[in-house]
Design a protein around this ligand. Structure first.
Ligand SMILES: NC(=O)c1ccc[n+]([C@@H]2O[C@H](COP(=O)([O-])OP(=O)(O)OC[C@H]3O[C@@H](n4cnc5c(N)ncnc54)[C@H](OP(=O)(O)O)[C@@H]3O)[C@@H](O)[C@H]2O)c1
Length: 324
């Protein structure tokens, strides 16, 4: 099969489109012909091995200390068709249309992928396209998970930092459904798009420091986690909640202290790959309550270029790859 293979950690030029052996499903696995996959910020971070110290060594030992040896095909999300099933598979049949998450092994930027049938995979509802479905496992699920934890009410002032990407564009739409007042922090052309999908106020982080304003927020969902902990905490109202989408050991410790000694709460959590969450987001799309933001579509051969565009800050919403 054809796949985007990471030949060395580092630049996007290290991704080569190559022929590799077709995967063979084990007893409890499905073989999926991939129709669409995505290229995400997380793919670029794994490629550069831009991984925070807490996880750096364990992950490097897992994937290859000096060069990638395992998980050489990146891509966290897939949508496609089941073309073979192992003898132990109970819930899927050949011909089923599915979508889901590649999990920690990734491997979705390819023509075929094997996947267990237990978690991180569901049938694609007929009312959504392969392009839409493939944006759900990363952006949709993370936004749903973190915003549930935030417990937003219609009286809340919500700030979403880094709102223009995969997770943020879902978060803005989900948060605006609560009736809360939504302010987003982003830059450039993404600001107009964010107004169109539900942001009440936009702040360009290249021109304005939100933490210097008098406005305080009940909920800060920090998707990009680049502003700095103290600045975000200083922008919280009394009894505010700060929810980072990523964290370091230092953030964990500081978050614990803030929660223990102040009225504010730092919520540190990870979204899983729950099938019921995949379905919940898919149904919201099918029922036209929300709409995935697809910045651009690419071919499999254009995956290195999609990586470069992400690193230039050119991605709005999700970047979708049409594999077949
Ligand atoms: N993969 C996962 O399952 C998963 C789960 C949880 C968290 N995460 C992490 O969460 C982060 C966001 O994920 P994503 O996929 O939504 O990324 P994304 O699509 O790149 O979106 C992040 C957005 O933040 C913007 N940004 C960068 N610096 C900023 C700043 N100082 N202030 C405000 N906005 C800023 C970026 O814009 P510009 O680049 O144009 O500045 C970009 O639009 C990533 O680091 C990812 O690893 C990933």
């Amino acid at each position: 099969m054809k796949a985007a293979v990471l030949t060395a950690y580092g630049s996007a030029n290290n991704i080569k489109i190559k022929e590799v052996p077709d995967p063979i499903p084990e007893n409890n696995e499905l073989l999926i012909k991939i129709h669409t996959c995505t290229v995400s910020a997380a793919d670029c971070e794994v490629r550069r091995f831009d991984i925070q110290p807490l996880f750096w060594l364990p992950l490097r030992l897992m994937t290859g200390l000096f060069k990638p040896r395992k998980n050489k095909i990146l891509g966290q999300e897939f949508a496609g068709e089941v073309i073979a099933v192992g003898a132990g598979v109970r819930h899927f049949r050949i011909g089923d249309l599915v979508f889901g998450s590649g999990g920690i092994q990734m491997g979705c930027q390819a023509e075929y992928k094997c996947k267990n049938e237990i978690t991180g995979i569901i049938h694609k509802p007929p009312g959504i396209t392969f392009e839409e479905a493939v944006t759900i496992p990363l952006g949709g699920l993370n936004a749903l998970h973190y915003l549930r934890k935030a417990n937003i009410t219609s009286n809340d002032r919500v700030l979403i930092i880094g709102a223009g990407g995969s997770i943020g564009t879902y978060a803005v739409q989900l948060a605006s459904k609560t009736g809360a007042h939504i302010t987003v922090v982003e830059s450039g052309e993404k600001l107009e798009m964010l107004k169109a999908i539900g942001a009440n106020k936009v702040i360009d982080y290249k021109k304005e420091d939100f933490w210097l304003s008098k406005t305080k927020y009940d909920v800060i969902f920090d998707v990009s986690v680049k502003t700095g902990y103290s600045k975000c905490i200083s922008a919280l109202a009394t009894n505010g909640r700060y929810i980072p989408a990523d964290y370091s050991l230092s953030l964990l410790l500081r978050g614990f202290m803030t929660t223990l000694f102040t009225s504010n709460k730092v919520i540190i959590t990870l979204a899983g790959d729950k099938n019921e969450d995949l379905l919940e987001v898919a149904k919201l799309i099918e029922n036209k309550n929300i709409k995935p933001v697809i910045g651009k579509t690419f071919s499999l051969e254009e995956i290195p270029e999609a990586n470069r565009q992400i690193e230039k800050g050119l991605k709005q919403g999700s970047f979708v790859v049409r594999v077949s």
